[in-house]
Design a protein around this ligand. Sequence first.
Ligand code: ISE
Length: 337
Amino acid sequence: MTLRVGLIGCGGMGRAHLDRIENELTGAKIVATADLNFEAAKAAAEPIGAKPYGSGAELIADPEVDAVLIATFGKVHAPDVIGAVEAGKYVLCEKPLATTAEDCIAIMEAEQKAGKKLVTVGFMRRFDAAYGELKEMVDAGEHGPVLMIHNRHRNPAVPDSYTSRMLIDDTAIHEFDTMRWLTGEEIVSVRTDPVRQTSRAHKNLQEPIVIVAYTESGARLDDEVNVNLEWAYSIECEVVMESAAARLGDQERIHVRDKFGNRNKMCQSHIDRFHDAFNKEVQEWILAASDDRHTGSSSWDGYAATAIVDAAVASQEQGGAEVKVELVEKPALYEEA
Ligand code: ISE
């Protein structure tokens, strides 16, 4: 069977997903595209013979669309995610699931009414090979429990439209998810530590920051968010257990040794750094949706990450105070099988 996918959002991320589904993955085809900028939907649809729409709602209503991939801005995710769930269609929604906890709760309510998990949140790092190895090592428990995790989330540059809040809701949200996933625990409190500011950021952006969070059992997690580095897109993660510290192999694909030294090429964007993880994530979603099963992170994971964002933003606004993460009771649908 070929899964007929409708793509909502034809910007950079949407087009990268279209490209992988059409050219790299198997089992699916993009049959429709939608974008509020209809010309963008048409430009993406034409070369592949898909149907363009000017809104997500029209695409979701198309009976020829089996499943929906959402790659619009986070702020506009909720109505399309809920629309797709109400239509009984599997959804892969780019992060964040939604930008407010209320919207995430509304999505979980729609899913509970549908009676099954239909939503996968695009936390692609869960599909990265090296993160997968870290997770296996932690789960095996051979080195004892996680005591600390040190993360570094570094980007070469961000556009002028990128705000201080986005350090948290657009960038650090990935670590909020990976830290919950790696530890298997909820994060209960968070604070943002101010750092001497880089002169490389545009004038309204207060960065870098370091976020410090604690899990239910007291594991301490930190995340340096530093997005105007110039030299690379670089992600680091070190998990400290009782008898081992395991560090993510960042991007050692090829080493060059010459008169300038011993070095490896650095990625310049998440699309490049996590190319294989994105492919695996979307391929597994295609297989699962074709098979009427859920895969990857759930709406609960999307909700928990957004609740941590809310607490971290509150801390940022309060000059670094420690803020509790408030979660609603976990609905039975999201308990592990
Ligand atoms: C972007 O939206 C991403 O998701 C990237 O993974 C992250 O590194 C970047 O900071 C975000 O803007």
